[in-house]
Design a protein around this ligand. Sequence first.
Ligand code: ADP
Ligand code: MG
Length: 266
Amino acid sequence: MDAESVAAEVRNCDERNTVLEARGVTKRYHLGEVDVHALRGVDLSICQGQMMAIMGPSGSGKSTLMHIIGLLDRPSTGTVMVEGEEVSQMLPNELAAVRNRRIGFVFQSFNLLARTTALANVELPLVYAGVSAAERVTRARAALEKVGLGDRIGHLPNQLSGGQQQRVAVARALVTDPSIVLADEPTGNLDSVSGVEVMRILQGLNEQGITVVLVTHDETVARHAERIVRLRDGLLVADEEVEQRHVATAHVDGAGEAALAERTAS
Ligand code: ADP
Ligand code: MG
């Protein structure tokens, strides 16, 4: 199938609302003399309440696409809509407001502040949002409880395992009550047991109605989503429904059995 015919086959959301939409998105980076064409015309509709995985080889443009749909970066050409709002022409402060209100991010390397407790890390987005100190503590604590870390709120990142640090990062993504969570290789730095635990949390959020988009190069991780899109050389080359979706059923305290508890949905 050539690029044009794939691009023409955009999957629309039909009866579901479209929460994120990219149309004709391209991204070029100029590195000295070199011109890198990271995205070469991507059309993508992400539906409300959907859990979607973006796959593709290293360098295919996954992170670039995630940064653009997450409003961390702008396309070179093309448009991005968030919940029906065209964002491509917004001013930086308007963009930041939409992002802070609607989108939570999780990164492969956790991106927690060292020498800062789990609680304070999770509070941070609320500091930027101007929430009062007392309310910040209440909400950050609740978010940490939600990811099974209610008993670790005073720990520093280096006193937590990788899996726990990523759960703190998920709590930080959640604390602003976003409608969309974007996760770029969230299990990439984790052992398989911790990875299942993070996927269980992401699936739980999705069950509560949050739209989840995750980038991964692990087919098993991707199969926790209901839909997989594949990028190659900056183009969307496939858009599939997952038939036998994986359900992560690990328990926070049952770490040893977590991987075994992985099962396939019927
Ligand atoms: P992936 O996440 O799929 O590995 P990326 O989106 O990170 O891919 O990168 C896509 C392409 O764009 C790669 O060739 C990469 O080297 C290039 N690229 C990404 N970010 C930048 C940047 N800030 N400056 C220059 N080139 C970049
Ligand atoms: Mg990447």
